[in-house]
Design a protein around this ligand. Structure first.
Ligand SMILES: Cc1cc2nc3c(=O)[nH]c(=O)nc-3n(C[C@H](O)[C@H](O)[C@H](O)COP(=O)(O)OP(=O)(O)OC[C@H]3O[C@@H](n4cnc5c(N)ncnc54)[C@H](O)[C@@H]3O)c2cc1C
Ligand code: FES
Ligand code: FES
Length: 499
């Protein structure tokens, strides 16, 4: 903790103005603050669940001392987490003389807005994209809009607008670019390395000063809620009306985003967001590239963390089966002590994990791929974009010189109450020739590993069939030792391979 004791307020910049707030409750959202307390109603509330993007705002934050702007869903972004940030809302875009920003003008000229409800969110998403990619490809635009739903336009006018933004002005002239150094300096001054503690309206908020302080807070607070990206916790608040106090926030801690590497493994901090992971994991594990692009939309990927995806314990979370087949190990910390355990052992039963009171996920250690191995992930969901998996299958295989299975790890999401390995299937494949007949024989063992449920995403029969077919597909795509693995695209499931 810093020398001068905890600070009892959060401080941030809202558009151009400094804000200091001490009346913040743990479950206050940024969107409610903007709309209800500031009367800034440009950001809309559509779903209050991170799905529609109508509430999109930009958050500028210092990452290792450098100012980075990202689009987020303000409906599930908890207000306390914006301490030390620059919040940019759609109101900031129009120039003082009333002239529109290039994105807004492009949207007007291409008829990119009809009823208009989605428009502020779309404008903010495109703004974040344009600042980073002034001449975006269609693929970049589509990825940018994954988290913005529009029920009127059919998207084509919005695509046209996105392609033409730079005709209306240059990024260099944009006010955010022009104030970049000034804002960076102002944010730097807000970072005083002190713990923040706020008691308000019966709720308690803690923003630890650093990871040691986080460990201390988690060990000493009574039943705290750890809040990282809040892409799960935010919905507990907006949909379940759950109380989350005392809430301990971690998203501001750069130490939890550290990535280290040695010859054998790469270790990522639990606080690495999906967007941050995208810059790192695909280099080592190419199959992550396709997977990460299909998690949430850009706003969710800018907030949600890998540690939160694991700690939440959902049986349909995408990264746990993927990391399990890679042999990942969790580093759990309680106070000053740490323990390491295989990720698969962390998941005990539905929503029950091997995490003791006072413990948190600090990092994830992932063994590097053997270049001769094959690693693939297939996500099956009802919609290609921004949807939760019905079934996710992850596969990691090594063949010996005789084309027999030397090692194989297979894990599924959506097939049991936890992310789970297909051990009986694996056992039946070990040592066998990697042929269609072997795979066909192994299919008979699925019933020993899994008895999936029927729910709104899929029936039990569908899940079982898909899981079996994914193994067939993995075989079809990896047959032939030493051959390059084909990359196959499918409307519903992007193949994500390394071979
Ligand atoms: C619109 C939308 C789309 C989504 N799409 C997908 C998807 O495609 N695939 C998918 O897998 N998920 C998806 N999710 C779910 C969500 O994004 C992930 O589970 C996310 O990774 C959670 O991380 P977080 O940092 O937001 O966690 P939070 O919401 O902050 O926390 C989640 C849980 O983990 C705990 N926790 C967080 N960090 C730690 C830690 N370091 N140590 C111990 N406990 C911790 C919290 O206390 C809480 O119980 C989606 C969510 C939304 C809103
Ligand atoms: S209101 Fe729908 S994502 Fe925020
Ligand atoms: S213009 Fe109506 S929802 Fe997009």
């Amino acid at each position: 903790m810093g020398n001068s004791g905890p600070r009892t307020c959060i401080r941030f910049i809202l558009n151009g103005h400094d804000v200091v707030l001490s009346d913040v409750a743990a479950s206050d959202t940024l969107l409610d603050y903007l709309r209800l307390r500031r009367g800034m109603v440009g950001s809309k509330e559509g779903c209050a669940a991170g799905d529609c993007g109508a509430c999109t705002t930009l958050i500028g934050r210092l990452r290792d001392g450098r100012l980075v702007y990202e689009a987020v869903d303000s409906c599930i972004r908890l207000l306390a987490s914006i301490d030390g940030c620059h919040v940019v809302t759609v109101e900031h875009l129009t120039k003082p003389d009333g002239r529109l920003n290039p994105i807004q003008q492009a949207m007007v000229d291409t008829h990119g807005s009809q009823c208009g409800f989605c428009t502020p969110g779309i404008v903010m998403s495109l703004y974040a994209m344009w600042l980073a990619s002034p001449s975006p490809s269609d693929a970049t635009i589509e990825r940018t809009l994954q988290g913005n739903l529009c029920r009127c336009t059919g998207y084509e006018p919005v695509m046209k607008a996105a392609r033409t933004i730079s005709h209306y002005g240059s990024v260099a002239d944009d006010p955010l670019k022009q104030t970049y150094d000034e804002i960076q300096t102002r944010l730097d001054k807000l970072h005083d390395n002190r713990r923040v503690e706020i008691e308000h309206g019966g709720s308690r908020i803690i923003l630890p000063a650093n990871v040691d302080d986080l460990a201390d807070a988690i060990a000493t607070e009574r039943n705290p809620t750890i809040v990282s990206g809040a892409t799960d916790v935010g919905l507990w608040v907006t949909k379940d009306m759950r109380a989350i106090s005392p809430a301990i926030f971690t998203g501001h801690l750069d130490e939890l985003k550290r990535v280290t590497e040695n010859d054998a493994s790469i270790t990522i901090g639990a606080g690495l967001t999906y967007s941050e992971a995208f810059a790192i994991l695909p280099k080592h594990f190419p199959a992550f590239s396709g997977l990460l692009k299909r998690i949430g939309g850009e706003q969710v990927r800018n907030m949600g963390t890998i540690g939160g995806n694991i700690a939440n314990g959902s049986p349909i979370a995408d990264t746990p089966p993927t990391l399990i087949v890679l042999g990942a190990r969790l580093i759990l910390r309680k106070g000053k002590s740490r323990r390491t355990l295989p990720l698969e052992d962390f998941f005990i039963d539905y929503k029950v994990q091997d995490r003791q009171p006072g413990e948190f996920v600090e990092a994830i250690e992932i063994p590097k791929l053997n270049p001769a191995s094959r690693f693939a992930v297939y996500k099956i969901s009802k919609r290609r974009d921004e949807d939760i998996s019905s079934v996710l299958g992850a596969f990691h295989l090594t063949l010996n010189d005789a084309n027999c299975v030397e090692t194989i790890r297979i894990a599924y999401g959506g097939m049991a109450g936890i992310p789970k390995r297909a051990k009986a299937v694996e056992d039946s494949l070990l040592g066998q020739p990697w042929t269609e007949d072997t795979v066909q024989a192994a299919i008979g063992n699925f019933a020993k590993d899994f008895a999936p449920l029927t729910d709104m995403r899929a029936s039990a029969e569908y899940r079982m069939l898909v899981a079996q077919n994914l193994l067939r597909r993995f075989h079809a795509e990896t047959e032939g030792a030493g051959e390059a693995v084909r990359l196959v695209r499918h409307p519903d499931s992007e193949a994500m391979h390394h071979g």
